[in-house]
Design a protein around this ligand. Structure first.
Ligand SMILES: Nc1ncnc2c1ncn2[C@@H]1O[C@H](COP(=O)(O)OP(=O)(O)OP(=O)(O)O)[C@@H](O)[C@H]1O
Length: 684
C-alpha cells in the first residue's frame, strides 16, 4: 500500500473498492490472476548486505584501466563497451559512444548493459570480464523478461484496455477525463504516450515498455474515485511496486535530447510535454524513491529539471534526488501557489514554460546568503503543518508534543532494561513506515526474524499464531512496506554501520534509520573514560549522518545504572552529556505509572528542539498485539487505528458491500483472535 500513499497525490488514498468484482490488486476478478499464488523469493525480508569494503569510483576506474577497457566519465555512471554484447569487440578503441552501452554506477559499482539489459553487481562484472562467470550466472544476469505469470496478466489487461477516444459512450469518456483532470489533455498527447483506459476498473493504464518501445514489461493502473469535493487516486503496479522500474515516457526520448523534466506522476508528464514540447519522464514511484537502476537512462541529459509536486515533501524529495543525479546538472521547481504541479498548472491556464524558467539550480556552495535561503524559509512558514513532519497515526500524544517526524533529526530513546524499548520503537517506526517513510532497521540485539515477528503482530494488530491461514495475506502486505533490515547481529564497528546506512540512503532513499542499540558499536572496552569518549564519537557520527543525508536517525541508548525507584532523566543516558546535546529529541520510556492515566508505563519527551514542547503521556501495553497504541479494552480506539491504517476488513461470511470489519472488535479480546486482512487489498 505504501506506494499508493506516496504516489505524490494531494489527497489521501481510498481504501480499495469493495465491490464483488474486485480481486487481488484491486483489479476486476475477471482480470485478476486467479487464486492467490505464492512466488518464491529468496529473501522474505528485504535485508541489506553491503560488501565489507564497498567499491569506490577510483577503484572502478583503476580496474578498467588495468584491463584496457576504455570508458567515459558520466554524471553518476561510468560508460564502457559492454562485454555482454557479443557482436561488439570489447576493445573498440575508436570511442564511438553508441558502442559504450555499459553503465557502471560510480557509487555502488552495479552495472547495466543498455543493449542486452544484463545487469549485476560489480563482482559480477569483474567475473564476466575475467571469464570467471559461469553460464548459469550469466543466464541470470541476462534474463530481462518479467516473470511469466505477470506478463500474462499484463497482456490480458493491456488487451482489454482501450484508448479513451474509442470508448463507445462519449459520456463515459468525458467522465473519465473529468475524474483524472484530463479535460485539457488532447487525444494526440494520450496517443503519443500510449495511455489506455480499463473500463471495468475505471482506471487509466500506463504501459511500461521495453527500451525501443517494443515489448510490454509491466503496467501501472490509476483509479480515481470522487469523494466529497475531491477525487481520490489509487495506483496499482504490475509487477509489484518494489520491482516496477518504469521511467514513463522513455520511448519518446531521442538520443539527441540533452534536457529533460522529471515529474512524479504520469499525468504531470502528459501535461508538461503537451504544453512545453519538452521531453518529460515520470518516476515510477513518485516522490518515494529514485532507484539507482534508473540512473543510466538519465545519463545523456546535460540538464534535468525536477518538478515533482506542490508540497514540501516533493521539494525535499527533489533535493535528495538531485544529489544522486549530480546537483550540478539539476534545477528544481519550487512548490508554491503559482507553481502547482504540472497538470494543475495546465488546468489553471498557467504558463508551464514560465514556471520552468523559475527553476532554481540545485547546486550551491557551502556558504549561502539569506537571499538563497529566503524562499526556503518562506516555504516552511507557509506550510507550517508539513514543516512539522509526518504525524503518527497511532500516537496522537506524540504529535501533540513532537508535532511530527522530521527529516535530518536525531532522536535519542532510552528506558530501563527490559522496559519495552524495542517493542515501543518498533511500533513507532512501523507507524511511519506504513505512511511511506522508507525505513532501515539496525537491530543488533534481537534477530531480524524476531523483530519482524513483533512488527508483523503490531501491523496486524493481533496475534497470527492461531490463524496461520491469514499469515500469507498479512505477510504479502507487510512485504510491500518500504522496510529494510541490516543483517548485522552483535558487535559492529561504527564505520561499517555508517557505510551500510549510506548505501541504503543511496539505493533505497531511506529517510529513517533505527539503531537498537548504540552499545553494540562500543566494543568490549571496560567502563572508562575511553568508553565514554567512544560513545561521544558514535553519537557525533550519527548526528553528522542525519544532517548530511537529511535522514532521521532514532538511536536507542541504555541508561546508566540508577536507583530503581528514581525516574530516569536526560542526564541518566549513559556517557557524557553529548548524546542529549546532539539529539534533537530525547524520549524516555519510564517504567512506572503516571499518577493520572492508565497503564504501567509512560513516555516522556524530555527534549524537543523543534518547538520546545515537552511532556508525558501514558502507555498501555497490549500483550496480544504487542502494541502501546491500543489499550487492551478500548474497542473504539482500536477500530480507529485499524481504519487509519487501512486495515478495516469485510466479513467473509456476509458478502455484503461495506460490511463491518469482522475482527475489529474481537482481535484483541480475551480469545486473542487475530485480525482479518483485507482480501481486496493489493497484496504484493
Ligand atoms: N509494557 C510492557 N509490559 C509488559 N511486557 C512488556 C511491555 N513492553 C514490552 N514487554 C515485553 O517485554 C519483553 C522485552 O521487551 P523489549 O525487548 O521491547 O524491552 P527492551 O527495553 O528493549 O529490552 P532491553 O533493555 O533488553 O533492550 C518483550 O517480550 C515484550 O513483549
Amino acid at each position: 500500500m505504501w506506494v499508493l500513499l506516496r504516489g505524490g497525490y494531494p489527497l489521501r488514498i481510498l481504501l480499495p473498492l469493495r465491490g464483488e468484482w474486485m480481486g487481488r490488486r484491486g483489479l476486476p476478478r475477471s482480470l485478476a490472476p486467479g487464486p492467490p499464488r505464492r512466488r518464491y523469493r529468496k529473501e522474505a525480508l528485504p535485508a541489506l548486505e553491503v560488501p565489507v569494503l564497498p567499491v569506490t569510483a577510483t577503484e572502478i576506474r583503476q580496474y578498467l584501466r588495468a584491463r584496457g577497457i576504455p570508458f567515459q566519465d558520466g554524471h553518476s555512471c561510468l560508460r564502457a563497451p559492454s562485454p555482454f554484447v557479443k557482436a561488439l569487440p570489447l576493445k573498440d578503441q575508436n570511442g564511438a559512444t553508441a558502442s559504450f552501452s555499459l553503465f557502471i554506477d560510480k557509487t555502488t559499482g552495479r552495472f547495466l548493459c543498455m543493449t542486452s539489459l544484463a545487469e549485476g553487481s560489480w563482482e559480477d562484472f569483474q567475473a564476466s570480464v575475467e571469464g570467471r562467470g559461469d553460464g548459469a550466472r550469466e543466464g541470470v544476469l541476462l534474463s530481462e523478461a518479467p516473470e511469466v505469470e505477470d506478463s500474462e496478466e499484463v497482456r490480458r489487461i493491456w488487451d482489454r484496455a482501450v484508448p479513451l477516444w474509442e470508448l463507445p459512450e462519449p459520456e463515459e469518456a468525458q467522465l473519465a477525463r473529468v475524474m483524472f483532470g484530463l479535460t485539457r489533455v488532447t487525444d494526440d498527447t494520450l496517443r503519443r504516450f500510449n495511455v489506455r483506459y480499463l473500463r471495468p476498473a475505471r482506471s487509466l493504464v500506463f504501459p511500461w515498455l521495453s527500451p525501443g518501445g517494443l515489448g510490454l514489461r509491466g503496467l501501472k493502473l490509476l483509479g480515481a474515485e470522487g469523494q466529497g469535493d475531491g477525487v481520490h487516486y489509487k495506483e496499482t503496479t504490475i509487477p509489484r511496486p518494489g520491482v516496477y522500474c518504469n521511467l514513463f515516457g522513455l520511448p519518446l526520448i531521442s538520443r539527441r535530447d540533452v534536457e529533460v523534466v522529471l515529474t512524479s506522476r504520469e499525468l504531470d508528464s502528459l501535461a508538461l510535454n503537451q504544453s512545453t514540447g519538452l521531453p518529460t519522464l515520470a518516476l515510477p514511484r513518485g516522490t518515494a524513491c529514485l532507484p539507482p537502476a534508473l540512473l543510466p537512462y538519465l545519463e545523456q541529459f546535460r540538464r534535468i529539471v525536477l518538478w515533482l509536486g506542490d508540497d514540501l515533501r516533493s521539494w525535499e524529495a527533489a533535493k535528495l534526488f538531485a544529489r544522486k543525479l549530480n546537483p550540478k546538472r539539476c534545477s528544481l521547481v519550487r512548490p508554491g501557489d503559482r507553481q502547482p504541479r504540472p497538470l494543475e498548472a495546465l488546468n489553471r491556464g498557467l504558463s508551464l514554460s514560465r514556471i520552468l524558467r523559475t527553476a532554481l539550480p540545485a547546486w550551491h556552495k557551502s556558504i549561502v546568503s539569506f537571499r538563497q535561503l529566503r524562499e526556503e524559509v518562506l516555504g516552511e512558514l507557509s506550510n507550517v503543518e508539513q514543516a512539522a513532519g509526518i504525524r503518527w497515526n497511532r500516537f496522537p500524544d506524540l504529535n501533540r508534543l513532537l508535532k511530527g517526524h522530521r527529516k535530518g533529526e536525531l532522536t535519542v530513546f532510552t528506558g530501563p532494561t527490559g522496559s519495552g524499548k524495542t517493542t515501543f520503537i518498533s511500533e513507532y517506526a512501523l507507524d511511519l513506515c506504513t505512511q511511506g517513510v522508507n525505513t532501515l532497521w539496525g537491530s543488533f540485539e534481537i534477530s531480524n526474524v524476531r523483530l519482524a515477528r513483533v512488527m508483523l503482530t503490531q501491523f496486524a494488530v493481533g496475534r497470527l499464531e492461531e490463524q496461520l491461514d491469514k499469515y500469507d495475506e498479512w505477510a504479502d502486505r507487510f512485504e510491500d512496506l518500504p522496510l529494510y533490515f541490516m543483517t548485522f547481529h552483535g558487535q559492529q564497528s561504527i564505520r561499517t554501520v555508517i557505510d551500510t546506512m549510506q548505501h541504503a540512503v543511496y539505493v533505497y532513499d531511506i529517510c529513517h534509520v533505527v539503531i537498537d542499540n548504540l552499545q553494540f558499536m562500543m566494543g568490549h572496552e571496560p567502563l572508562s573514560t575511553d568508553r565514554i569518549a567512544a560513545q561521544d564519537y558514535i553519537v557525533g557520527a550519527f548526528r553528522k549522518f542525519a544532517t548530511d543525508n537529511s535522514c532521521h536517525v532514532t538511536l536507542v541508548i541504555h541508561p546508566r545504572k540508577e536507583d530503581d525507584d528514581k525516574e530516569l532523566q536526560t542526564a541518566s543516558i549513559f556517557g557524557s552529556a553529548k548524546a542529549s546535546q546532539e539529539a534533537d529529541n530525547v524520549l524516555i520510556l519510564q517504567d512506572r505509572k503516571l499518577v493520572t492515566g492508565p497503564g504501567k508505563r509512560y513516555l516522556q519527551v524530555s527534549k524537543n528542539r523543534f518547538d520546545g514542547d515537552v511532556g508525558v503521556f501514558p502507555l498501555e501495553f497490549n500483550k496480544s498485539s504487542l502494541t502501546f497504541s491500543i489499550p487492551p479494552k478500548s474497542k473504539a480506539r482500536l477500530k480507529k487505528v485499524k481504519d487509519d491504517n487501512g486495515l478495516a476488513t469485510k466479513k467473509p461470511s456476509s458478502g455484503k458491500k461495506g460490511a463491518v470489519p469482522q475482527n475489529s472488535e474481537t482481535c484483541l479480546d480475551q480469545a486473542h483472535q487475530p485480525c482479518q486482512p483485507d482480501p481486496s487489498k493489493p497484496s504484493r
